[in-house]
Design a binder for this molecule. Structure first.
Ligand code: NAP
Ligand code: NAG
Length: 256
């Protein structure tokens, strides 16, 4: 597919450039600074992509980039959620702009764009309940308003075919970006709505703190690498019908 990658200079962004090229997608990178992107990528990789300069809070320029390049898909990795519950970042404004751009472009070309957004582990639900993990561990809560925005889209609008990847902590495997990628840690296991392979415990029944304790016990198990998550998105975009459409997606590294 032809993919508009918003936020290509970020930790996940540069690895997505490599993963998307490895999976035979065309990449249009939407960044604030083409110079920065050039400095982060090997020249042989930089030459394989198209670069558009713009601000990810500006829906009109994102929409123009989608339509000008005739993209079929969008991946947004721009913006970084604030950690403390009172923290504020640009992520919500970026998220709204990308969503508006994708919807407008989708209605103009009369076909919804396949779109991956990034969330975090905290917007997945505690297995067996509808309550998000971030109700128990209140960090990175800015992702919550983003998922609410997606879930509140009118059901039959059909202007965006979205998924939200919700990883835990993502350290890098390597600081080197190569095409083709070398996946040192293998493929992830994914599941919609709840974290895959969750370890349940009787402790969840302890009043007040039970679920918090179970979340804290499980959370470290969901550390995956940036490269693994980039590969999951690039692999998914190879199929025309994704099992993850309209879902939040949790991931775990089965080799750990
Ligand atoms: N890293 C983790 O462990 C982790 C875990 C779970 C979820 N997440 C989520 O995954 C996403 C990506 O994380 P990351 O670690 O790759 O973040 P990051 O390295 O901080 O990258 C953020 C990117 O956003 C771009 N950006 C910020 N404001 C922009 C604007 N107004 N216009 C255009 N670009 C803008 C930055 O561009 P510049 O280079 O120009 O600054 C940078 O490329 C985030 O939403 C994060 O909350 C991350
Ligand atoms: C995926 O989620 C479903 C429903 O929440 C659950 O029944 C199933 O066991 C989960 N699969 C994995 C691999 O965790």
């Amino acid at each position: 597919m032809k993919v508009l990658l918003v936020g290509a200079t970020g930790n996940l962004g540069i690895r997505l450039v490599a993963a998307l090229l490895t999976h035979d997608h065309s990449v249009v990178a939407f960044v604030r600074s083409p110079n920065k992107l050039e400095s982060l990528l090997p020249i042989s990789v930089y030459r394989q992509i198209t670069v558009v300069q713009g601000d990810a809070k500006d829906a009109a320029s994102i929409k123009k980039a989608i339509l000008d390049a005739d993209c079929d898909a969008v991946v947004n990795t721009a913006g970084l959620a604030a950690l403390p519950p009172w923290g504020k970042s640009d992520l919500p404004a970026i998220f709204r702009a990308v969503l508006n751009a994708v919807q407008d472009a989708g209605s103009e070309r009369k076909r919804p764009l396949r779109t991956w957004f990034l969330g975090g582990l905290g917007v997945l639900c505690f297995p067996g309940s509808e309550s998000m993990l971030s109700n128990y561990i209140p960090i990175y809560r800015e992702h919550r308003q983003n998922i609410h925005l997606l879930k509140s889209l009118p059901p039959n609008t059909n202007t965006v075919d979205w998924s939200m990847l919700c990883p835990g902590t993502m350290p890098p495997e390597s600081s080197e970006v190569t095409v083709p990628t070398k996946l040192l840690h293998g493929k992830l296991i994914a599941n919609a709505t709840t974290p895959p392979l969750w370890q349940d415990s009787w402790m969840k029944h302890i009043p007040l703190i039970g679920k918090l304790v179970v979340c804290a016990m499980n959370a470290p198990r969901y550390e995956t690498t940036l490269e693994q998550n980039a590969d999951l998105i690039a692999t998914d975009l190879e199929s025309h019908e994704s099992p993850w459409s309209g879902r939040t997606v949790g991931v775990i590294d089965p080799s750990k």
